[in-house]
Write a protein that binds this ligand. Sequence first.
Ligand code: MF3
Ligand code: CO
Ligand code: CO
Length: 266
Amino acid sequence: MNDARVTREGIRIHAPEDFAGMRAAGRMAALILDEVGPLVTPGVTTAALDDFIRHRVEALDLTSATIGYRGYQHASCISVNHVVCHGIPGDKVLADGDILNIDVTVILDGWFGDSSRMYVAGTPSVKARRLIQVTHDALMKGIEAVRPGATFGDVGAAIQTWVEAHKMSVVRDFCGHGLGRVFHAPPNVLHYGRPGRGAVLEEGMFFTIEPMVNLGRPETKVLGDDWTAVTRDRSLSAQFEHAVGVTADGCEIFTLSPGGLFYPAI
Ligand code: MF3
Ligand code: CO
Ligand code: CO
């Protein structure tokens, strides 16, 4: 009950029973990401996808963590092609070959479930498919590095090494984050780094890993709407996000897809 404490770095150590709350919330975010998949087709607008997500959040008796967050007004972020993250759903119509990230965060019994994945409208280019594969595998390399005694630098280095070995680049301007009963908590989870650097992982830490990978250069800029982040060179960008908790011997992924649909069928 009261194993909860906070490290020197401000990272909360959760109690064993807290995993159940995160598992339930994470599963709901993942379920909604499963359900929206069949709607992603050429001709649909990103607003229509967000409407569906908002309705599912309501029907499942969840709370959207993003509606009202720092003035954001939507139940998801939808980031198409060269949009890196925080794409605002709107009247944009998806075209054949578009790739997109959909990011959903819900609250269940006070716990936050935060996950995002890539989707494709129609048939993407070979380069786009490669980007999606490398980004997904980079997230999984990062997750494989999560265990008590490892450092956040180990996690970032695993991701960066994988991405750069494939001649792609890791976005530096956005990072993962602690979460739990709050949306964004310490630490900043960088998707690059050096082995052995950074805070030491401990059982009971909850955080996201959500690497953004660009086909071109890593630099981003935020558009005039103050949300939409794009690649400066307009190269394609991809992202996958899981929420995880550190266990005695590794980690638990809270946002596993109930339907096994995390990676898109292309
Ligand atoms: N879900 C995003 C994340 O992974 C945050 C979105 S905040 C919003 O941290 F306001 F843009 F929705
Ligand atoms: Co997140
Ligand atoms: Co997210």
